[in-house]
Design a protein around this ligand. Sequence first.
Ligand code: SF4
Length: 258
Amino acid sequence: MSKKILFNTNSLEPFPLSRSKIDLFLKCPRCFYLDRKIGISQPSGPQFSLNMAVDALLKKEFDIHRKNKTLHPFQMKNNIDAIPFDHSDIERWRFNKQGIRYLHEKTNFEIFGAIDDVWMLPNGELIIVDYKAKASKDDPSTFLIPKTKKNGKIDVQELYKIGYKRQIEIYQWLFRKNGFKVSNTSYFIFANAQKDKDGFYDKLDFKKHLIAYEGNDDWVEATLIAIHKCLSKDTLPEASEDCEYCKYRSKIAEHESL
Ligand code: SF4
């Protein structure tokens, strides 16, 4: 297991910060601080190996067209005129522990994130693409729209959809900072497992949908400054109100103190 690098106010070394940790900060600054400064992380769950298998196979499909500089039939079907981008760093950009990186001088953070794919328009502009695999009964057009509760608040279980958008926007920011011209338009390839079959019979059928998203990375810069401010303090930030873990923990604590 690799050693956790924790934030140290006095260190001159760039502090690596992944796009998922930036997302953690936006979900709950307290959990982020505990993780990145104190070294206490939320317990991790099992890996989503079915999603990873879909990702790996989609990458293989698109890599054939990357090599041949041709459009994938799925792109043709969706009238996308952007071939998979063939760049010498593509493997590095897709490798979780590496990803595309940028040293943000104001904070001395080395920001990184691993992409699924990037396509190139005829004018050289890049399009960020992310693959997502799920088994959902919902209309694919609601892929990025979080459901709300009766009081109008977003259902906590649906907050991940906001995370999907931020994920794309950080990648757009990273590519721009690396000198590329990047389109605001991005795409999710949503592979939806079909449950309305007669049986499993050793096969899971998926239907692919292309979901367009207009990203806006304006928030990234200010967020990095806020993260730096948060980590530089000696006090724990506030916890998120919506977090189910904390509600669970405090309910247990109530009983433990009886
Ligand atoms: S509110 Fe949730 S995310 Fe925040 S510190 Fe508590 S457990 Fe962590």
